[in-house]
Design a protein around this ligand. Structure first.
Ligand SMILES: Cc1ncc(COP(=O)(O)O)c(C=O)c1O
Length: 370
C-alpha cells in the first residue's frame, strides 16, 4: 500500500485507533443490508484552483467539517460514483470495470465544472481503501451476493455564496459491506410511470451522476410508493413519450423474436451494467438495439406478448426483473418475470458469475484489488 500515490504524492496514513471490534464487524458482515454500516477508514483529498490535487489521506471514517456557506449546500456542485469490490472463493478481492466508473466520474466532473480525477488516482484510492479495510469485504456464497460497495464522491467545499465553480473541492471515498439491494433477494419489482415529473432534459445533467438528479427523483419515488410500486420510471422531458430510465437503474426489454432493446444514450446515465449487458447479450445470441423506446411499445408489447421480459440493471441490484408497470389509469403485468430460464436471469447469472470469479473473465473486465 505504501507504494500507492495520489496526485503524484504518497498517501498519508492515519490508522483508525478505534476500529470496529471483530465481533461487531462479523455481526455486520452476517447481515450487511445496504449502505448503512461503513468500514473503519475513508480517503479524503482536497483540490484547490491554485494548488491542484493535494495528497490523499487514508484516515478513520467519521463526520466531516463543513462550513455552512460551503457551495455544495447551496448550489449542489457534487458528483459521485458507485462500484463494488467482490471477494472471490480464493479470498482475493476484485472490482468490475472500475476504469469505466473513473471515466464516468470524469465526464460528470466536466458537466458540473469540477476537477477531473485521473483514472490512476481513482484506482489508487480504491486500492488503498480496500487494502486497509479488506476485512470488511464479505465472503459471499452463491446466491448471497455480498460485496463491499465503494462510493467515491466530490463536492464543492469552498465557503462562498456566489454562483460560480468553487475554488476548493473535496474528493472522498467511503465503503460499506452490502447484501442484496432489494430486501428478500431477486424478485420482480413493480414500476410506477411518472407522468408529471421528468428526470432529465436534453442539455441537462441526466448523463452525469450528480446528487441533484437523485434529489429530483425523490418526490416521484414517494408517488411510486403511494401507488404500491417499488421504483419509478421517467419519460423524456420534451414529448413525455420515450422511456428513459428508473431513478437509479437502466432498462432493457426482451422481445419474443429474441431482440434486446434498451433506450439510447443522451439524457440517461450510461450504466456500466448496461454497457456490459450489451456485450454479454450478443454473446448469448441476442440481437441488441439501442434506440428510442416508445412507452406504448412497453405497455402494448407486454400486454400483447411481443415484449416477453422487462428488466432493470445497475451496480447495486445487478439485474432485476420488472414484474409490473403501473400508470395513472392502468397497468400491465409481465407474467414470467424472474423465471429461472428467462433471458433476464440468464444474463444475470452470466454477469454475477464473472463478478464473483465463478466464470472466466474473457473480456478483461475484472481488476484485482487485493
Ligand atoms: C440513474 C441511474 N441510472 C443507471 C444506473 C446504473 O449504472 P451502473 O450500471 O453503472 O451502476 C445508476 C446507478 O449508478 C443510476 O443511478
Amino acid at each position: 500500500m505504501s507504494a500507492l500515490t495520489f496526485a503524484g504524492k504518497p498517501f498519508q496514513i492515519t490508522p483508525n485507533p478505534h476500529p470496529a471490534t471483530a465481533e461487531r464487524r462479523a455481526a455486520i458482515l452476517a447481515d450487511p443490508g445496504f449502505g448503512k454500516n461503513f468500514s473503519d477508514h475513508m480517503i479524503q483529498s482536497t483540490w484547490t484552483t491554485e494548488g491542484g490535487g493535494g495528497p490523499a489521506e487514508l484516515k478513520p471514517y467519521g463526520p466531516l467539517t463543513l462550513d455552512p456557506a460551503a457551495a455544495v449546500l447551496h448550489y449542489a456542485q457534487e458528483i459521485f460514483e458507485g462500484l463494488k469490490a467482490y471477494r472471490h472463493a480464493d479470498g482475493s478481492i476484485w472490482s468490475f470495470r472500475p476504469e469505466a466508473n473513473a471515466a464516468r466520474l470524469q465526464r460528470s466532473a466536466r458537466r458540473l465544472a469540477l476537477p477531473e480525477l485521473a483514472t490512476e488516482d481513482f484506482m489508487a484510492a480504491i486500492e488503498a481503501l480496500v487494502a486497509a479495510d479488506c476485512a470488511w469485504v464479505p465472503e459471499s456464497a452463491p446466491g448471497q451476493e455480498r460485496s463491499y460497495y465503494l462510493r467515491p464522491f466530490m463536492y464543492a467545499s469552498e465557503p462562498f455564496l456566489g454562483v460560480r465553480p468553487a475554488a476548493t473541492i473535496e474528493f472522498l471515498l467511503i465503503g460499506c459491506p452490502v447484501g442484496s439491494y432489494f430486501s428478500g433477494g431477486v424478485r420482480p419489482v413493480s414500476i410506477w410511470l411518472s407522468s408529471a415529473d421528468t428526470r432529465a432534459a436534453r442539455g441537462g445533467t441526466g448523463e452525469a451522476k450528480c446528487g441533484g438528479n437523485y434529489a429530483a427523483s425523490l418526490a416521484p419515488m414517494l408517488e411510486a410508493g403511494e401507488h404500491g410500486c417499488d421504483q419509478v420510471c421517467f419519460l423524456d422531458a420534451a414529448e413525455n413519450r420515450w422511456v428513459e430510465e428508473l431513478g437509479g437503474m437502466n432498462l432493457y426489454f426482451v422481445t419474443r423474436d429474441g431482440r434486446l432493446i434498451t433506450p439510447e444514450l443522451g439524457t440517461i446515465l450510461e450504466g456500466v451494467t448496461r454497457s456490459s449487458i450489451l456485450v454479454l447479450a450478443k454473446e448469448l445470441g441476442l440481437e441488441v438495439e439501442e434506440r428510442k423506446v416508445d412507452i406504448a411499445e412497453w405497455r402494448e408489447g407486454v400486454a400483447g406478448g411481443e415484449v416477453t421480459e422487462v428488466f432493470a440493471c445497475g451496480t447495486a441490484a445487478v439485474i432485476t426483473p420488472v414484474g409490473k408497470l403501473v400508470w395513472d389509469g392502468g397497468e400491465v403485468v409481465s407474467r414470467n418475470a424472474g423465471a429461472e430460464d428467462s433471458v433476464t436471469m440468464r444474463l444475470r447469472r452470466t454477469l454475477v458469475d464473472i463478478q464473483y470469479g465463478r466464470a472466466t473473465d474473457t473480456h478483461g473486465w475484472m481488476r484485482r484489488l487485493a
